[in-house]
Design a protein around this ligand. Sequence first.
Ligand SMILES: C[S@@+](CC[C@H](N)C(=O)[O-])C[C@H]1O[C@@H](n2cnc3c(N)ncnc32)[C@H](O)[C@@H]1O
Length: 352
Amino acid sequence: MTAALQKAFRLQARGCEEYGSPFQAALALQVAGALAGGDTLEGLFEPWAQADVPALFSDHAPLRYLAALHELVLSGDDPGLAALYPQAGRPADAVRVWPEARRATTRHCDRIADFMRHELQTNEVRRSACLVGGFLTIAAETGLPLRTFEAGASAGLNLYWDRFRYDLGAHRWGDPGAQVRIETDWRGPPPPVDAAVEVISRAACDRRPTQLTDAAQRRRLLSYVWPDQFERIARLEAAIALALALEVEVEAADAVAWTHAHAAPADGAATVFYHSVFWQYMPAQSQAALAKVIADHGARATAQAPFAWLRMEAHDEDRSLMDVRLTSWPGGQERVLADVHPHAAWVEWRAP
Ligand SMILES: C[S@@+](CC[C@H](N)C(=O)[O-])C[C@H]1O[C@@H](n2cnc3c(N)ncnc32)[C@H](O)[C@@H]1O
């Protein structure tokens, strides 16, 4: 177990480095070093005692601990640790932070263990940059207003994707005065930015929604963003403020039953069922059941009541590769619209 855990922290460090968090990467390496020296970290990883590296990874065990430390910092309950953590304009050295983080682990052991019992749950606002081209395509092709239904919406931060301002390389879309601003490295041809977009209804579900009205849950969501990714943190805070102002609601429900009950096509609008980085979290049986619900809704679609399935998901063979697909009914034509970075740092648009 210790060998597996050490390896998981080292691999996690590589991932953090690759996805732009040198601080989190260096901290993960410090933890790996402590484990190699025989530190048991107060037994915090006992629940994973039998886990091998893939299981530790799929359960995000290293990230649970690193996020628990970040949550402690964000809460203000450990000023000594907070004083050393990165802040905008003030980078931090993980080698200096680790001894204090280790002491904080002893001081707040029960709290950290409690935090780590929850599965990791993120809501990445920038993924809207991957989906926006799909929404624009649907609006341009149908000429109809949109009814949108999002599955696996987490806190619901991507529900109001049409209220964000997008900087898509040389292309722009959305209200220039929007408080949530999304930039990505857009490659390839532009999306149909001139399409008239009107969202006439929106709804979302998650099997365990993050309640933004609860300060502790808001902090938990922020803690999963890596501490030196200031731009992501600022964007998340802006999106949370917008979602609170708009009283975003995410229904606590399993996607299969919810989609069946709510997302059927309706006359006079294009019904869009969408999701991002959600499919892989369902067991194969649920994936098959949801695919059937979607196909059944699609079969009922007409020119006056079209149905679209828009998703940003990982490739089955390699989860680090993601694309955006659109299936449109009537007809059920499937297209790959774009290849994308998992956090939407870049979008390679393929559609004409
Ligand atoms: C990685 S998060 C992605 C959240 C959001 N779509 C985004 O891109 O930021 C995956 C979400 O799917 C939800 N989820 C997983 N299985 C589900 C199911 N069967 N029904 C509803 N939600 C589910 C999880 O609770 C989690 O919030």
